[in-house]
Design a protein around this ligand. Sequence first.
Ligand code: GAP
Length: 511
Amino acid sequence: MANKEDNLKKIISHSKEYGFVFQSSEIYDGLSAVYDYGQMGAELKKNIKDYWWKAMVGMNENIVGLDASIFMHPTTWKASGHVDAFSDPLIDNKDSNKRYRADVLIEEHVEKIRLKTEKDVAKGIKRFGDDFDEEQFRATNPNVLRNQAKIDDINARFKAAMDNDDLAAVKALIEDLGIACAISGSKNWTDVKQFNLMFSTEIGSVADAANTIYLRPETAQGIFVNYLNVQKTGRMKIPFGIAQIGKAFRNEIVARQFIFRMREFEQMEMQFFVRPGQEMKWYEHWKAERVKWHKSLGIDEKYYRFHDHIKLAHYANAASDIEFDFPMGFKELEGIHSRTDFDLKQHEEHSGKKLQYFDPEINESYVPYVVETSVGLDRTFLAILSAAYTEEKLENDTERVVLKLPAFLAPVKVAIMPLTKKDGMPEKAREIFNNLKFEYNCQYDEKDAPGKRYRRQDAIGTPFCIMVDHQTLEDNTITIRDRDTMEQERVAIDKVEGILKEKLDIRKALS
Ligand code: GAP
């Protein structure tokens, strides 16, 4: 555990040192759970957005994009259920006055039990090596079975309590599990209360209830209220999807953990409109497609895990998370939800407008069902950054920190360097830089010794460094250095564009 905490600290400090992420309004001591993306972070974030957009909108003829506003008519949030039901169950510790999310306390307790099993499995592997039958161990070992039964029992009690809106039962569960406050160590808890997560403000100059509007807590509703506009003007036929990237706001209570849980964050969402009765087929389809997208980033599979929801959101009939092994453990990265016709029916009812689709294939009108994929941009950023962060011992007993980012997502694609500031090398390097900058985000760097410059580029994840040296002036060749292998290859300058094009091509990843 200490190791994981250390990792998070290292990522936070690396992010700050190299201009990826800064705390918001830092000069005023920051604003809790709000962050700014620096010069490198803004590039990486934009590249992730573009890659998602390309995979969803560019690669699917039946998916189109949308850019809806953050402010929406307040009735939107009444219809969607967010005014009445978008809340977290909160509990306070009376001794530390620290506020917790009751569901998170229970989830963390379950995770501790699960980790006991993983520890037993790891011990078995260590002791018996290849002779260890992990599957059989998990299916028959009495400790493992006892732990699983505990987990199932806790999950069942929690689900029943939440389904019945029985907050006293949630408190009883926390007490029965003996969960203590991490600060005071006491089990002296208040009752559990619901707390709405939406931020509100007033529109116009008069502050009365009629003017209250909300900062959207999800981008999805902008898609729902525009679905017929897009369907009609785009002549879309079901099944079709609408994709959107944008800011969302939630007054999160457990607002720690860096950019994992923020009060202002970005979502990349896609609503896929289907014929009623076909939603499960599409739900499975999009689950598989989204896993493929994550895998296309080249991150080791051990970082991912699926988790089917026990407690379904008010709008869903099936839901599953893609979880990622973040520096603070496995947590939700993306949600795939079968949202039924809940949202569109609610908007029909509250707006009085018909939101039906006439399906020429079956000669029927209906309100479509919706399958949603919803991934946090900031969480994707953190996942990619933390999987990429590598500390390496080098042969000459030195160390380097390198971000092994997927090359096509790297903030800077190529750094161009003259070996020295003399003999026309800077001019030659500038010439190469000026040619490549049209296509790629490049850096020109002539300061410090070459080794130091390579380390700087490694630390921001630049996949390729081009060095102009004495030989360049004689035969028009340069060396191109690979970030991960650190190998340098000498090539003719007129071959550089072709090499970069091949190495940075997203075709392989996308297909
Ligand atoms: N439209 C469905 C929806 O909003 P969600 O599971 O509440 O579903 C979707 O959110 C994704 O948005 C999450 O999987 C997560 O990646 C991201 N997300 C949610 N709350 C967040 C927060 N406070 N900070 C950063 N990302 C968040």
